[in-house]
Design a protein around this ligand. Structure first.
Ligand code: DGJ
Length: 749
């Protein structure tokens, strides 16, 4: 009795602290040999599939956790309703080979040397090991084996799925199409899809539309993730657009090369999502004995709307994906020189900026493009990774020492995968780039793409980076990638294997990052691709943060940041305060507005500090100090998107709640007030209703006087119930106004 009382108390304490990610008592994967049903439970979800009478592997359930012992009837073939509907197509499959009359998106399509293109995969065996399950399938006739991997995260219920395709025949075969997984939703027509679209300097627009019969294809054919679509989806039951309630299935593909996610509603109203390598221009020859391992496609479910889906993904990324998971170090406040100096970097200029950056509390100083080779602008130098002797006559050491003496660590920009035709490297190795012999080589930003799939190129890139890191005390690399592929040929591989470039390039990129991190354990890396062109769960295994956009306008950034957080944690979302008017759109905003926009992510400063006035330094110093008090909450907390800036909204409000419930942070920004309408009341989420919270205004004045005036009279301290239900009225008026505050739980450590 006493023990049960204690358990109840602990449970109540857990609920009260708002710890939404408490470990479930039990996580399990089970197999019922009688019904041939597999069931995976964890993080409040159940996922089940079975082996049917034809030995096909058939999805049965994916959703909120079922009770222990709930019946899950055996899988059975749906023999179709018409001669036009083959059972292969009317029976949903976990991982369908293209064969026997399959009309929807296959997970795997193979061409054999004898011209046979029929592949029908049946269950062979399985193995359960803790939180993971492997399932072996085989073609009904040929020795093609597919091993499906499932791993469930006990905390979030997010499942990782991937496939390993093995050729055990005596002949080579060619994979024409390979997915990581197909996800099946309950049959129905009442679904809507969220996805992210964009372009350079305009990333992460949230699209929300009904799922219709037919297919919606999200993809990149560009060789890398791309700004245009992001490999993430969420599907809501219904079309409420409600952030906090409703059933939502979501997923993200961990791959930084060309990819495709197909969302289909078939003729029997089966909705399924298939994702993996983009089959466009794809082929992968497997010699006898060889394997191809797909990327991992992660999927999850929540009953707490698309906001709940984001929070699960954020938690998963922080605790399972990032290189420093499960406890990533909070991002330091950084300064980056790019918008201040462009390519015009030198020792004296960088040192002067470093001194100013240190004076406002910056913790990491990053020198951007321009320090190497014969780099004066973007026409030359990429590929020649020696320190430019005119700009840095004594190497990088004096600058790095200076940065260290100011109490900051040092970071450096690199773009390792690219080469300018005007470089020593290209003059020596013109065959190292992606190309089709005899064809023009299309340049983007005056550069070509080094073919990282080649072993010699891979070794060169690893070698110069390793040397750079051995010779200099560098804590951080900003790893840039400023164009997409063209003429994706790999002549040296031979015609039959050239298209393996779509797999091997990205695998080698990952292996370089992994090896560098292993050799230089303190090193942190940012993934940048002209802004947000390479943001996905694949690159995030090897990089600590990403650059969401080259667009640093603080108002445009609000919607980019909002869209970004549908899929990715603010803990990796770098956001700089830069100059005003902004170079993108000539918009003028105050220093405070810019800070309160950027402080919603991982804060950086990218302004030309040489032009700042004393009051700008004072504002920056004050707000960076405030940021350090809230960054754990902003970067690693639970995000609630209270008012979305999307769709030309005038308002934007976000709230982050610390994982331990001790603090909540709110940012409210106004575009321009029209007709004197008041700013909408703000109702907080995720607080402990019975606890007391004290308000603290985050503003450029130490006592927050100006910010306080923006609000109707408010109590200094009130209960969580008050802040969540009574709401907060801000009197933000005018153009580009902003306010922020934090609520500290009274008595919390
Ligand atoms: C593109 C990046 O996104 C910018 O931040 C900057 O690093 C430039 N490249 C440098 O060439």
């Amino acid at each position: 009795m006493q023990l049960r009382g204690l358990c109840n108390t602990l449970l109540l304490m857990t609920l009260a602290s708002g710890a939404a990610f408490a470990q479930p008592a039990r996580n399990q994967i089970s197999y019922d040999a009688q019904t041939r049903v597999f069931r995976l439970d964890g993080g409040g979800i159940t996922y089940a599939f079975g082996v049917n009478d034809l030995d096909e592997v058939q999805p049965l359930y994916w959703g909120a956790q079922l009770a222990k012992g709930d019946p899950l009837p055996a899988a059975h073939t749906n023999s179709g309703v018409a001669s036009f509907d083959m059972p292969t197509s009317t029976t949903p499959q976990e991982f369908a080979g293209w064969g026997a009359g399959l009309y929807y998106e296959p997970a795997l399509k193979i061409t054999f040397p004898d011209g046979n293109r029929d592949l029908v995969l049946h269950y062979v065996s399985h193995h359960i090991d803790g939180d993971s399950l492997t399932l072996v399938l085989k073609d009904v006739e040929r020795d093609v084996f597919v091993t499906l991997h499932y791993e469930i995260d006990p905390s979030t219920g997010i499942l990782g799925r991937s496939a390993e395709i093995e050729n055990r025949t005596r002949q080579p075969l060619t994979i024409m199409q390979a997915a990581a997984a197909t996800w099946a939703l309950p049959q129905g027509t009442d679904y809507s899809l969220y996805y992210l679209t964009g372009r350079w300097a305009g990333e992460d627009h949230v699209q929300h539309e009904a799922v219709h019969p037919g297919a919606r294809v999200l993809e990149s054919r560009r060789g890398s993730t791309g700004h245009q679509n992001n490999p993430w989806f969420a599907i809501e039951r219904g079309s409420t657009g409600n952030e906090e309630t409703g059933d939502v299935w979501f997923g993200a593909l961990a791959w930084s090369g060309s990819w495709r996610i197909t969302v289909e509603q078939d003729a029997l109203n089966q909705v399924r999502v298939t994702g993996g390598y983009n089959p466009f221009d794809f082929s992968y020859r497997l010699a006898p004995g060889e394997k191809l391992v797909s990327p991992v496609f992660y999927g999850g479910f929540t009953q707490h709307g698309v906001g709940g889906a984001s929070r699960l993904l954020h938690r998963f990324e922080l605790t399972k994906i990032l290189p420093q998971a499960p406890h990533p170090r909070p991002r330091p406040v950084l300064y980056n020189s790019w918008e201040a100096t462009g390519f015009d970097v030198n020792e004296a200029g960088q040192e002067a900026l470093a001194e100013k950056a240190a004076s406002i509390g910056v913790e990491r100083f990053v020198m951007d493009d321009g320090w190497f080779g014969q780099r004066k602008d973007d026409h030359a130098g990429l590929g020649d990774w020696y320190v430019n002797p005119q700009k840095f006559p004594h190497g990088l050491k004096p600058l790095i020492d200076k940065v260290h003496s100011l109490g900051m660590d040092f970071g450096l920009w690199v773009e390792p995968e690219m080469v300018n035709p005007d470089s020593d490297l290209y003059r020596k190795h013109p065959d190292w780039v992606l190309n089709f012999p005899g064809r023009p080589r299309t340049q983007g930003r005056n550069q070509l793409v080094l073919n990282l799939a080649r072993q010699d190129v891979r070794d060169y890139v690893y070698g110069f980076l390793d040397k750079l890191l051995n010779e200099n005390d560098i804590a951080f690399l900003k790893w840039d990638y400023n164009r997409n592929w063209s003429e994706p040929g790999w002549p040296a591989a031979g015609a039959e294997d050239e298209q393996q470039v779509y797999v091997k390039y990205t695998q080698n990129l990952y292996s370089i990052l992994q090896e560098l991190r292993a050799k230089h354990p303190g090193l942190e890396i940012e993934s940048c691709s002209g802004g947000g062109g390479r943001v996905d769960l694949g690159i995030l295994r090897y990089t600590d943060e990403v650059w969401p956009s080259d667009n640093t306008d603080p108002f445009d950034r609000l919607s980019i940041q909002d869209g970004f957080t549908y899929a990715y944690t603010p803990g990796v979302m770098m956001a700089w305060v830069t100059d005003s008017p902004n170079w993108v759109n000539n918009r003028t905003t105050s220093v405070e507005y810019r800070f309160l926009s950027s402080m919603q992510g991982s804060l950086g400063v990218g302004a030309n500090l040489n032009k700042w006035q004393p009051e700008d330094f004072a504002t920056a110093k004050q707000l960076i100090g405030e940021y350090k008090e809230i960054r754990e909450t902003v970067q690693h907390g639970r995000l609630y998107r209270l008012i979305s800036p999307q769709q030309d909204s005038e308002h934007s409000v976000t709230e982050s709640v610390a994982q331990n419930g001790s603090q909540a942070v709110v940012f409210a920004l106004l575009h321009s007030s029209q007709f004197g309408y008041p700013f909408p009341s703000i109702f907080l989420h995720g607080l402990d209703p019975g606890a007391q919270y004290r308000i603290h205004w985050i503003s450029s004045q130490p006592d927050g006087a100006a910010a306080r005036m923006m609000a109707a009279p408010l109590p200094e301290t009130a209960s969580g119930a008050y802040w969540m239900n009574h709401g907060i009225a801000l009197s933000l008026r005018g153009d580009f106004q902003a306010a922020a505050f934090r609520l500290d739980k009274v008595g919390a450590p």
